[in-house]
Design a protein around this ligand. Sequence first.
Ligand SMILES: Cc1ncc(COP(=O)(O)O)c(C=O)c1O
Length: 251
Amino acid sequence: MHRAVLHSIPKPIAVVLCYPSNPTAYVANLDFFAEVVRFARKHDIYVLSDLAYAEIYYDDDPPPSVLQIEGAMDVAVEFSSLSKTFSMPGWRMGFAVGNEKLIAALSRVKSYLDYGAFTPIQVAAATALNDGEQAIEEIRDVYRVRRAAMVDSFGRAGWEIVPPQASMFAWVPIPERFQHLGSLEFAKLLIEEADVAVSPGLGFGENGDGHVRIALVENEQRIRQAARNLRRFLETCDETLQKVGPKSAQD
Ligand SMILES: Cc1ncc(COP(=O)(O)O)c(C=O)c1O
């Protein structure tokens, strides 16, 4: 962020944050947000904070909001979606709060793009936001169970996974003996040899190439099935690895 602001021409007008993060599941703390707000005010840039995963967390502390920081309203907006919190992906329903000028700009742009979502979806969203606390708890529990199943069954299959603190993702280093393949080849190998689909870290940027993202979008039984397939794959993979060259040899 420092480098972009100091060296880019023209200077960036905004920084986009996403914590809990997709893809890394990392949860930023208040000190981080305080530093971002201080920096944004100093350099006259806006902060756009995507809080889509704020309700999918697993310990007692909800992930913080940038708007908890004094002075954040001068520079920040925070937006969220009902897609994850209420399992409403595809319903195109979300909301934004924060800096008045930015919210006014968003309203104007939205008024050019569409006239609002289908009314029954708006009514469902209002109900979810007003009375949805129990639904949120239930959805959180669903992910909690899936996360536990993943950590337990993948671990027993030989792939240790550090439990994510939040979100529906685990951002996992590629096991040592597959590192040389890179995330794309490794993800392809998992599909072909273990019927398990993960997202290659490379898809999120070149620095992600040592990792894959596992999404908890299947139920507990399917996660355990994936782990059984993985175990079989890991037990027999030395043979397979001889057939698959390192990334550089195939370029
Ligand atoms: C970080 C993040 N923000 C926003 C969204 C999108 O939400 P919506 O379904 O409302 O477009 C997603 C969905 O994948 C996401 O991962």
